[in-house]
Structure formats: structure tokens, C-alpha cells
Design a protein around this ligand. Structure first.
Ligand SMILES: [Ca+2]
Length: 401
């Protein structure tokens, strides 16, 4: 196919004899020309016979057991939706086929949106209608960062019929992927290459300075609002920080304010290369303002944030990040109970490293403790750390698959 093809490939596999363990046929969805160079970063559709849309087929066999393998035919039909597009400073629209009319049943649309280098894509949904009675597995709108590489956290936000509001999506990197799959309804969204000001209406997330991990541009003015669900409180953690230094932070700086506007109470104004302390505003909104002047730039910052009704704990998503007990490096309050869920991209091993632990307990660690669970909740088996966590002051590390 030519590299600009936006066709649907119907792949019919007539024979597939293989040992699932040692010889596997991998089928990836991707949209040319992106799939050639980034194959391993695309989602696996299936490991055997399936009819799929734009696909890259990858056959692997190991050094033992030979079988007949497979033969396949393919043909292309015009795709009703999807494709690869460039996001620019002017807003463009994507819609489901025949929008605003209903479209053929069981439509699946995939778009890859690519912004200019060092910019990101912002998607705002104009209309999105899915019936709440429809299964979320086969009727959804999903925004994802693409490709999911080490430098990227790889957000994946999925919306179904029960979601009445779809917040704007800002990609972490320059490329993102949208999937719309439904049996009978419609959607319309606008996309644009975005500057650095934005609003995140989400429970948890990751934020980096423009260009990270490269140096940030000069003359930036970025206003960022973190808006977590009502009746929750945000915890914000700095993973990296390096901003042009000045005793009063007069040149480049990051301000953190408790609220949603530039006049909300100032919690901190940061510059230099010292990692700022975690921020526990006790509210569900934070306003961040990042400014750079006309000369001298550093690498900038990386931030993770999460939220929960308890005011501590929450979901931490991504391939790296940091978190701390409430009020750290100050002391935690009596009666504290926090639970963090660490969700990493699939296929990764999570390592948790403790730089400091100071938890006091009079005896048996039944009333004051820190526990790690190897799974999604507290019913999962307990794993390291490999020291008595409630009384130790020693750093340690634990690994989990
Ligand atoms: Ca500067």
C-alpha cells in the first residue's frame, strides 16, 4: 500500500496452525506511515485469526517445533473514518461517518493526530452521544498518547455511555491516537496543536514543562489548571525540577496556587534545581503558572498529581513518578489512612524505591504501617519492602511485576 493509505484492510486468515507459546502471529493496529517505525508501540489486536482494520502483521517463530503456519488474503475497502492528520494552530474537526446522521452499525474509527515538534495536541469533544445501556467494551471513545515510549507516560482516557461530560484531552507528546467504536451513535471533536496553557479535568495525571526532557523555550507564559473531582483533595509531587535560578525567582519560575485562578492564594514560587516539596492544598483545584524570560533555559520540570476523597492517596499512572505521605516532609497526622494505586503501562515491572521511611509504632505494626500489595487492591498478596516498615528509618526498595 502507498504510505499515505487510509484504507481498511480486511484480513482473512484461512489457516493458522501454530504453537501459541512458541510461535505467534501478531496483528497490530496502526495507521501508515506511523506503523513502520513504531511497530512495537502499537496495540496488539490479537494473536490469531481476526478480521481487523489497518493492520501490521508480524509472524515470529522460535527455534523449535515447525508447523504448516498460515496463508492469508487481503483486500482493501474505503474507510469511512479515521486516518493520520496533522494538528495545526487552526482548529480542525473529526466526526463519525455521515455526521450528524447515524452511521453504519459497528463502525470503528481510528485517528492519529500529530502536532509540530515540541507541541502537543488538544482535543475538545463537541458532541458525543453513546447510549448508557450499551456495553462499554464495544461502544466507547478513547484518547491515548502515541506511541507509548519510555519518555512518555502514555495517558489513556476512555469514555462510555455513562459519561455525560468528556473533558479536553491534551497529549503528553506530539502524537496521539483516538478510537471511536460504536454500534449506532455519533461523535464530533475538534483538535488543534496546543500551547502550554490548559485545563486538566481529571482525577490524576502527569505534567511536564514544554519540550521536556529538553530545555524549555524562552518567553513562555503557561497557565495550567488542575481540576480534580469535587469532594476530593489533590496531592502534587515533583519528579524532576530544574529552572533558571535566581534568589527571588525573578527570571524563570513556577508558581503553585491553591485554587483555579492567577489570584488564588500562592502556595509556592519555585526556581533553581532543588526538588520542591510535595503540595497538599486540601482542595480539588490547583493553578500553576510557569514563566520563562528571554534568555537562559534549563530542563524544566516533571510533575505527577493525584486526588482522593481522603486527601491522600489516589491513582498514580505512568512509567515513573513519585509520591509521599501527607504533609511530607512535615509529619503526618494521627488517624491517617491513605491508599495509592500504581498503574503502569502493561508489560512493565514496577519498582518502588523508598528514599525515607519514618513510621513509629509501639510494637507489632498493627496500628501504624506501610504495606505494598502485588495487585490492584488490598486483597492482593503483600510484597516487600524487605524490612520492618513501621519502625525502620532505612531506605529500601521493592519490586513488583
Ligand atoms: Ca530564563
Amino acid at each position: 500500500m502507498p504510505p499515505t493509505a487510509q484504507w481498511t484492510v480486511r484480513l482473512n486468515l484461512h489457516k493458522l496452525e501454530c504453537s501459541i507459546i512458541s510461535n505467534t502471529l501478531y496483528i497490530y493496529t496502526c495507521i501508515l506511515p506511523f506503523c513502520r517505525s513504531m511497530m512495537a508501540n502499537y496495540p496488539l489486536v490479537g494473536t490469531f485469526c481476526e478480521d481487523v482494520v489497518p493492520a501490521l502483521v508480524h509472524f515470529i517463530s522460535d527455534g523449535t517445533v515447525q508447523r504448516r503456519g498460515f496463508n492469508a488474503t487481503y483486500s482493501t475497502v474505503d474507510s469511512l473514518c479515521g486516518g493520520a492528520f496533522n494538528a495545526t494552530a487552526s482548529s480542525q474537526t473529526i466526526t463519525s461517518p455521515y455526521y450528524p446522521n447515524a452511521y453504519p452499525p459497528f463502525t470503528s474509527c481510528r485517528w492519529v493526530l500529530d502536532a509540530p515538534s515540541r507541541e502537543v495536541v488538544k482535543v475538545s469533544v463537541q458532541q458525543f452521544h453513546l447510549d448508557s445501556s450499551q456495553s462499554c467494551a464495544s461502544n466507547f471513545l478513547e484518547f491515548k498518547d502515541f506511541p507509548v515510549v519510555r519518555a512518555n507516560y502514555g495517558q489513556a482516557h476512555k469514555f462510555c455511555g455513562i459519561d455525560s461530560h468528556v473533558p479536553d484531552f491534551n497529549s503528553y507528546g506530539r502524537t496521539m491516537h483516538i478510537t471511536f467504536k460504536s454500534e449506532c451513535v455519533y461523535m464530533s471533536a475538534r483538535y488543534v496543536s496546543a500551547g502550554c496553557s490548559r485545563v486538566y479535568e481529571q482525577e490524576y495525571g502527569y505534567l511536564k514543562s514544554p519540550g521536556w526532557p529538553d530545555i524549555y523555550p524562552h518567553n513562555l507564559e503557561c497557565s495550567i489548571v488542575l481540576q480534580a473531582p469535587q469532594n476530593t483533595a489533590i496531592s502534587l509531587f515533583f519528579t524532576s525540577f530544574d529552572v533558571e535560578n535566581h534568589p527571588s525567582c525573578n527570571y524563570d519560575y513556577l508558581e503553585v496556587r491553591n485554587g483555579s485562578t492567577a489570584t488564588s492564594p500562592l502556595l509556592g514560587k519555585h526556581c533553581g534545581s532543588t526538588l520542591p516539596n510535595p503540595v497538599f492544598p486540601g482542595s480539588n483545584q490547583l493553578f500553576l503558572y510557569f514563566k520563562s524570560d528571554f534568555t537562559i533555559a534549563r530542563n524544566g520540570f516533571e510533575i505527577t498529581w493525584t486526588s482522593s476523597p481522603q486527601g491522600c492517596g489516589g491513582v498514580l499512572y505512568g512509567d515513573h513518578g513519585s509520591f509521599a505521605s501527607p504533609n511530607y516532609p512535615g509529619t503526618y497526622a494521627n488517624g491517617t489512612s491513605c491508599e495509592w494505586g500504581i498503574r503502569a503501562p502493561s508489560g512493565r515491572v514496577v519498582t518502588v524505591t523508598f528514599n525515607q521511611i519514618s513510621i513509629d509504632d509501639p510494637g507489632d505494626c498493627e496500628n501504624n504501617y506501610l504495606k505494598l500489595y502485588d495487585g490492584p487492591d488490598a486483597n492482593s498478596p503483600v510484597v516487600g519492602p524487605f524490612f520492618k516498615p513501621c519502625v525502620s528509618d532505612s531506605p529500601g526498595a521493592a519490586e513488583k511485576k
